[in-house]
Ligand binder design. Structure first.
Ligand code: DC
Length: 206
């Protein structure tokens, strides 16, 4: 049995939180595909060639330190605009999506390019200000002194690059359910996502 759930959306919209919660609820494997691009971006910051880094990526690279930083996020967004980098990461993501037992993948192009035949597709979004505020709180919690304005500028810059690139730009699939979490708590957003996945006939639903 395979059952793929695609969760796409811009930076800091809550895809990861929703993806993990949905995976736990239905007993599915979860892949944060942003980590693949962050791992490549990290290697490029350390001097590697982006295409060679993507082609040589191994599972241990996803455990590297510093993948969650704003610097790694920006580097990820830059390497993600290179078609050969994206191409090198497609097979792994498609195989993950169709693994036995079902899978949740979150990213930017899961419902449009990686898994257009996913059984359930969500596009999770929120205003840039709300996303920046959430990310700023997270960073502050982690000890960062970055200002809200700097975080907002970072979010806007990544949004622009991710939506304007020519290869696999960030956009909702035509058949995705758009979930705007601007005015929702985490629990409410997860409840909406779980309901949508149940409606799509998820294994173990009900
Ligand atoms: O979801 P994230 O913030 O960890 O993603 C980091 C960057 O990686 C994002 O700005 C664009 C890129 N990305 C992508 O192009 N396609 C994906 N499926 C996931 C991430």
């Amino acid at each position: 049995m395979s059952f793929a759930i695609a969760i796409d959306g811009p930076a800091a919209a809550g895809k990861g939180t929703i993806g993990r919660a949905v995976a736990a609820r239905f007993g599915l494997a979860h892949l944060d595909t942003g980590l693949l691009y962050r791992a490549v971006g990290r290697k490029v910051l350390d001097g590697a060639d982006p295409v060679a880094a993507a082609q040589g990526l191994v599972a241990a690279d996803l455990e590297a330190d510093g993948l969650r930083t704003a610097e790694a996020g920006q580097a990820a967004s830059r390497v993600a605009a290179i078609p050969e980098v994206r191409a090198a990461l497609v097979d792994f993501q498609r195989a993950f999506a169709r693994r036995a037992g079902g899978a949740v993948l979150d990213g930017r192009d899961i419902g449009t390019v990686i898994c257009p035949d996913a059984e359930a597709k969500l596009f999770v979004t929120a205003s840039a200000e709300v996303r920046a505020h959430r990310r700023w709180l997270e960073l502050r919690e982690a000890g960062s002194t970055a200002s809200y304005d700097a975080v907002l500028a970072d979010v806007r810059e990544r949004d622009a690059r991710d939506t304007e690139r020519s290869d696999a730009p960030l956009k909702p699939a035509a058949d995705a359910l758009v979930l705007d979490t601007s005015d929702l708590s985490i629990d409410e957003a997860v409840a909406h996502a779980v309901a949508a996945v149940e409606k799509a006939g998820a294994p173990g639903a009900g």
